[in-house]
Design a protein around this ligand. Structure first.
Ligand code: ADP
Length: 726
């Protein structure tokens, strides 16, 4: 509607301009023509007046004997001469008149002859104004009524010798006529031209206008349909546009907001202003992505978290003209993240306390236990004081119980060390067939004691290489095999097999024909001290620690463990380890340790999360959670690392911070890409980027931090604690 109005106004303006140009042109031409007529008439009147003067003077001298006097002689000559006068236009007339009493009496008219001489006109009437002026002794040119009251352009001159005056005149209408004619033709013509031009203009313009209107409507629909607030900043003038939704997010009405950049700047949280402007400038100067999270003050004074994105448009010289983008209220997500983070930190703290307690308890228990075992053995072997057979039996019982207790304590210590990520892994390419064969050999005596058959289905000589720690691999396999014996029936079987998976892992399975587990799968089975349906006649021994150790080790080595079981029929426990050819998995090893415990632990957690993402094991939901965890943990870790650097006076902190910012940006980009597109390939991109970045960064940069941390353990601990409180 507005565009139609604008169109019509434009056409109207064109018509008015055309009319003004035409009219002013015509008026100018008319003025020129009028001036020419004025000059012509004046010249004719002057020359005729002079001629009459001289004829009259001549006749006064030489024609006194003319029948009616010299005046009559002059008139008759002039009458003859008037007849020969060239007529000015169609209405042009030459008049000679005299004042007789109160009248103007016309003596001659040309053309027309005597018959057409007008009758006398009262001297005081409004008629014959030019002649009146001539008879009053004036000469000149004017526009005014003639003897008939018709408006004429007339030149007048007195003829003193004849006591009369002459007028040369033409109807003004005759002078105007051609201009009126040309004017109407031109108006008609330009009317046609304007109509044609307007039609052409509308034809050319309408589709453009329609497209503009459509795109405007599309934009309005998009803006109305999105939950985001839209903003646009004119970089050169400082003017700002805030969409109604933008204002609504912050509890304002657009009318309350002055559309200038200062409005925005003033409601950014004071602590976040530097970040915001640094990133704005980076986008304006270097086109670095503008995609940040910060706090803004609502109309009621409350602060909310905002996710803000934007980009810059530039002129032909590359100078920024506009910056525009959107804001999203992410307060709820942020609060949830904080809650999760606090809960996670508390769980981690509790777990750490538990591990520390178990580790110290194990140490404390081992010392007296070793004394008990040592003295027990001495009692048995001391030749000086031989024991009676009964005493010997009691001491043997003490030693058996003591050894079992020592085994349990050692397992607990092992578990607490693995949990605290303090296990030193020696990662190499291991021949899986050989390692498994070795474990089977070790378990055979136990199996034979209960007449359990061990079937090895692994094709001899298949020599599949896996990237892992050989000793820990054997520890896991041995644990599963010994459970296979322990929870089997006498005369049962254990079958060992392996194959490669499409995700490039070696799947190793250990199946027994034992008691199985009731009620499907128990994920808790891999937690410490979990024992299920143990039949005391079959499985008297056991602590519920073995599988917990297996799971922790398998995951630290980039693998996983699980089982299937059916009560009364048996169970299959299986583990998967990355093949030597699997590039998606990177296993933490001691050469990545930089010597600062908190940082090393974080790096291990980050690598383990990265491995889980890129392993290909996850469902979409678990990938969602893993990616969210990874983004959060990366942020948390970088904050911790920067805090440690600050406390220790690390000189390259500023440069390091920039590196961290790039990492966060990239991870946020990848995470956003995943949440928006759910492209399964994201796990590879995540994996490659993080592994490459983490490992390169750890070796090149983080490794330099340790030397500054010497003697600062207390300060570091305190600083990290303060960070947790925030
Ligand atoms: P432990 O065997 O010392 O109790 P584990 O951690 O190795 O500890 O096993 C935990 C529990 O899992 C066992 O107590 C048992 O209930 C169950 N379990 C483990 N392996 C098997 C198996 N092969 N068949 C049946 N149950 C098993």
């Amino acid at each position: 509607m507005r565009f139609r109005k604008i169109n019509m106004t434009l056409i109207g303006i064109m018509v008015v301009i055309a009319i003004i140009i035409l009219t002013s042109t015509l008026i100018s031409l008319y003025q020129v023509a009028l001036d020419q007529f004025r000059a012509n008439l004046t010249r004719t009147a002057l020359s005729q007046a002079r001629l009459l003067e001289s004829v009259a003077v001549f006749d006064q001298k030489h024609s006194r004997d003319f029948p009616k006097g010299s005046m009559a002689a002059t008139l008759s000559q002039i009458d003859a001469a008037f007849g020969a006068l060239e007529r000015v236009g169609k209405t042009g007339e030459f008049l000679l008149a005299q004042r007789q009493g109160d009248d103007i009496k016309f003596l001659l008219i040309s053309p027309g002859g005597k018959k057409l001489i007008p009758g006398p006109v009262a001297f005081k009437s409004a008629l014959a104004e030019p002649m009146r002026r001539a008879l009053n002794g004036n000469g000149g040119v004017m526009t005014g009524p003639d003897y008939n009251g018709i408006t004429v352009l007339a030149a007048y001159q007195p003829v003193k010798a004849l006591k009369s005056g002459i007028v040369v005149k033409i109807h003004l209408a005759e002078i105007r006529a051609p201009f009126l004619k040309i004017g109407s033709i031109l108006i008609l013509f330009s009317g046609l031209l304007v109509t044609f031009g307007s039609a052409l203009f509308l034809r050319v313009n309408n589709p453009v206008i329609r497209r503009i209107r459509e795109s405007k409507q599309r934009f309005q629909r998009a803006v109305a349909g999105t939950n985001d607030g839209i903003w646009e900043w004119n970089v050169q003038t400082g003017a700002d546009y805030f969409s109604p939704r933008w204002a609504e997010i912050l509890g304002y009405d657009t009318r309350d907001l002055e559309p200038v950049v200062e409005t925005f700047a003033n409601i950014v949280h004071p602590d976040d202003r530097k970040l915001v402007w640094d990133r704005v400038n980076a986008n304006l100067e270097r086109d670095e992505p503008f995609d940040i999270e910060y706090r803004m003050r609502k109309e009621n004074g409350e602060y909310i978290w905002i996710h803000c994105k934007g980009s810059t448009s530039r002129d032909d010289d590359g100078q920024p003209t506009f910056m525009a983008g959107s804001i999203t209220d992410i307060t709820e997500r942020k609060l949830n993240q904080d809650k999760l983070r606090i809960a996670k930190e508390e769980a981690e703290k509790a777990n750490l306390a538990k591990s520390e307690f178990l580790a110290s308890m194990s140490h404390e228990l081992r010392t007296p236990l070793n004394a008990i075992l040592g003295f027990g053995q001495m009692l048995q072997i001391d030749p000086a004081e031989k024991l009676s057979p009964a005493q010997n039996g009691y001491v043997s019982n003490i030693l058996t119980g003591g050894n079992r207790l020592l085994k349990l304590i050692n397992e607990i210590l092992d578990l607490s060390q693995i949990e605290a990520e303090q296990t030193a892994l020696c990662i190499e390419d291991v021949n899986a067939e050989e390692a498994i064969e070795n474990c089977i050999t070790q378990i055979l005596p136990l199996a034979r004691a209960r007449k359990i058959k061990v079937i090895n289905r692994i094709v001899a000589g298949s020599a599949i290489l896996i990237r892992t720690d050989r000793m820990r691999l054997e520890q896991i396999i041995l644990n599963l095999l010994s459970n296979g014996v322990k929870y089997n029936n006498d005369n049962g079987t254990i079958t060992v097999d392996y194959w490669k998976t499409k995700e490039e892992f070696l799947h190793i399975s250990i199946t027994d024909t034992g008691i199985g587990l009731a009620g499907g799968n128990h994920p808790d089975i891999f937690n410490m001290f979990q024992r299920f349906g143990s039949n005391s006649t079959i499985a008297k021994e056991g602590s519920g620690i073995g599988l917990a150790i297996c799971k922790l080790l398998a995951e630290q080595m980039g693998g996983r463990i699980d089982y299937d079981s059916e009560q009364g029929k048996g169970s299959t426990f299986w583990v998967e380890f990355p093949l030597e050819s699997n590039d998606n998995i990177f296993i933490w090893s001691d050469d990545l340790r930089i010597g600062v415990d908190a940082i090393d632990k974080d790096h291990q957690i980050l690598l383990s999360l990265t491995n889980k993402i890129s392993s290909g094991f996850c469902t979409e939901t678990s990938l969602n959670n893993l990616i969210t965890d990874l983004v959060e943990y990366t942020q948390y870790h970088l904050e911790r690392e920067e805090m440690i650097m600050e406390v220790c006076g690390y000189p390259r902190l500023k440069k390091h911070r920039k590196c961290h910012q790039k990492l966060i940006d990239k991870i946020n980009d990848l995470a956003r890409d995943w949440h928006e597109n759910k492209d399964p390939d994201i796990r590879h991109r995540f994996g490659y980027f993080l592994r490459d970045w983490l490992v390169t960064h750890i070796k090149a940069e983080d490794a330099k931090i340790a030397q500054y941390t010497n003697g600062k353990t207390q300060e570091i601990r305190q600083a990290l604690k303060s960070l947790e409180k925030n």
